[in-house]
Design a protein around this ligand. Structure first.
Ligand SMILES: *Cc1c(COP(=O)(O)O)cnc(C)c1O
Length: 228
């Protein structure tokens, strides 16, 4: 084996470690979700670094930009059947069509205008990716997401008026704050909405998120290494 192959294979070893940590966190949790899905976040990484993870059998991936995903995934998808692609980054309304075409799940629905655009494109394309509503649990001005106090009414609007397939809530805790407080708030809001899925937890805090019943953890750096 050349040293190049050794380097390019390390994401598969990392994947194994992260999957074991997910299982250990579930085993230790008092109230883990019925299942915790690991989304391998491949943003910022080329196909060559994603391949070992695909070859190891992993099929759930996350990207945060429509254009980047469009450049990378159609080709990988033809070689590896069963890929489930999640959009975890902010979505502009004018990219709603491409997002509906490309992704199986969108985690960043956070405003009425985007909800309406997604509705229109889903009807046109006859394709219905599952949706998470992103909540700005830290109420940070620069961060995407609906305010916590508006979450229940927004989810109701999306679900009941627009008939969108909302499956859960998503959050990204503020830097430097205790993530557990934000995971607890997201869980409480999701109970109030009657939703089942919780997209929360990244490389640094996915084990904590699992304690608060995360159903989807989004892990990039711990699998693929540092982004350039
Ligand atoms: C990049 C990103 C992640 C993964 O972050 P890591 O710290 O690399 O695990 C998770 N969620 C979102 C929304 C992201 O943008």
């Amino acid at each position: 084996m050349t040293s190049e192959e050794t380097i390019s294979d390390y994401p598969a070893a990392n994947l194994k470690t992260v999957l074991a940590s997910v299982q250990a966190a579930r085993d230790a949790a008092l109230a883990p979700a019925p299942a915790t899905h690991l989304i391998a976040v491949s943003k910022g990484h080329a196909g060559t670094r994603i391949l070992p993870v695909l070859r190891a059998g992993h099929r759930i991936f996350g990207e945060n930009r429509v254009q980047e995903a469009k450049a990378k995934w159609p080709e990988l998808r033809t070689s590896f059947p069963g890929i489930e692609l999640h959009l975890i980054g902010p979505l502009q309304t004018n990219k709603a069509r491409e997002a509906v075409e490309l992704f199986d799940c969108i985690h960043s629905l956070d405003r009425p205008k985007l909800a309406e655009a997604l509705k229109v494109e889903m009807e046109k394309l006859g394709k219905t990716p599952k949706l998470f509503v992103q909540v700005n649990t830290g109420e940070e001005t620069q961060k995407a997401g609906i305010a916590p106090k508006e979450t229940v009414s927004f989810v109701r609007h999306c679900r009941d008026n627009l008939k969108l397939p909302i499956i859960g809530l998503m959050c990204i805790p503020p830097q430097g704050e205790e993530p557990a407080l934000h995971f607890a708030l997201l869980k409480k809001l999701s109970n109030e909405c009657g939703l089942e899925s919780l997209s929360m937890g990244m490389s640094a805090d996915f084990e904590t998120a699992i304690r608060f019943s995360a159903t989807h953890v989004r892990v990039g750096t711990a699998i693929f290494g540092t982004r350039v």
